[in-house]
Design a protein around this ligand. Structure first.
Ligand SMILES: *[C@@H]1O[C@H](CO)[C@@H](O)[C@H](O)[C@H]1NC(C)=O
Length: 364
């Protein structure tokens, strides 16, 4: 009897040791939780007991190390917990530096909670396994940690739709695997690091709606995989590097609402592979280059609200497709070419120029 008891006590303690996550991870998660307040869904109700690797909402562990590998908390989700509450998530509080004690973390997703404030803990840059840092749509302020370049495995850095300020850290160019950079809609100032072209794996660079100034570094055109470059609604000035039109997979280029001047590089229009080009609301001068051809295929081409003069070039009729065209509010003059890419366009595409004529405007 005594032996059976002893054996079962032993077994119990063995199983409970197997079923609890490392005490340091447990303590770190509880400290992380205590800095947050989630009043509507109860997502933290499951964070009880000692096995943080099992059934803790949004937490998962590496199956071999049993260390916490992912924190995945999204405030917009199709999880039943949201359906039951008939609402999206809302959370206040801040991201505790205790998260940095989860030294095996590979993904941190704390997204779309709308109300989480405070700063990104600087110690996050000491998490050597971190691949994804996604904090989109909160109220996080303060800078991007200056040592972000220490995160050698980082692939996704998304802090869009927050209140982040300060500069883009220079060390960011030392993230060799970064594929997705989204800093949109914050209060970031300063310039784009000159050697941003070192980010050879980058495919999306979204920096719109900040207070970024300085020129577009021409090294950007070394980023072979870049498909989507959005620098719109900033204070970027100077010319557009001609080399941007020679990038092999660049499909979307949004430079609208900046202080860009100089001419439109011919390379952007004559078959660059761009399908969306928005240069609206800048101070671009000169003529529209007469370089359109069968490889020009634009779902949207917006050159409106600049200082562009001269005629609409005849070659535009040889473009294979132009879905949405906006040339309004410039100083264009002359006959609007008549032909296929233009038949569907309305007068508003050409309005407020100096002396354009022909359909869909008045006859010449
Ligand atoms: C281009 O940018 C302007 C200003 O930022 C915006 O109003 C416009 O809708 C954009 N054009 C297209 C085609 O998206």
């Amino acid at each position: 009897m005594g032996l059976v008891f002893l054996v079962s006590v032993l077994l119990l303690s063995v199983t409970s040791a197997v079923n609890s996550c490392p005490p340091s991870d447990l303590a770190a998660l509880l400290a992380f939780k205590s800095a947050l307040h989630e009043p509507y869904l109860g997502i933290f109700n499951s964070w009880t007991g000692t096995d943080c690797c099992h059934n803790w909402y949004g937490v998962s562990c590496d199956s071999t190390t049993r260390r916490v590998a992912d924190i995945n908390l999204r405030g917009e989700s199709e999880d039943p917990i949201f359906e039951k509450a008939h609402r999206s998530g809302y959370m206040t509080g801040s991201i505790s530096p205790a998260i940095c004690k989860l030294e095996r973390l590979s993904n941190i997703v704390i997204a779309d909670w709308k109300g989480i404030s405070g700063e990104i803990p600087a110690c996050i840059t000491s998490l050597p396994y971190l691949r994804i840092l996604d904090l989109i749509a909160n109220r996080i302020s303060g800078p991007i940690p200056s040592e972000i370049g220490k995160l050698k495995l980082l692939r996704v850095l998304n802090v869009a739709d927050n209140l982040i300020s300060g500069n883009i850290p220079l060390s960011i160019v030392n993230l060799p695997g970064l594929t997705h950079l989204d800093l949109s809609n914050n209060r970031i100032s300063g310039t784009i690091p000159r050697d941003i072209g070192k980010l050879r794996m980058l495919s999306r660079a979204l920096l719109s709606r900040n207070m970024i100034s300085g020129q577009i570094p021409s090294s950007i055109s070394n980023i072979y995989r870049l498909a989507d470059l959005d620098l719109s609604v900033n204070q970027i000035y100077g010319p557009i590097p001609e080399s941007l039109g020679k990038m092999p997979v660049l499909a979307t280029l949004n430079l609208d609402s900046n202080r860009i001047y100089g001419r439109i590089p011919a390379s952007l229009l004559g078959g660059s592979g761009l399908s969306i080009l928005n240069l609206s609301r800048n101070s671009i001068e000169g003529y529209i280059p007469d370089v359109f051809g069968p490889r020009s295929y634009f779902t949207a081409l917006d050159l409106s609200r600049n200082k562009i003069r001269g005629p609409i070039p005849k070659s535009i009729l040889s473009a294979s497709y132009i879905g949405h065209l906006d040339l309004s509010y410039n100083h264009l003059c002359g006959r609007i070419p008549a032909g296929s890419p233009f038949n569907h366009l309305e007068a508003s595409s050409f309005a407020y120029n100096d002396c354009l004529c022909g359909l869909p405007l008045r006859t010449c």
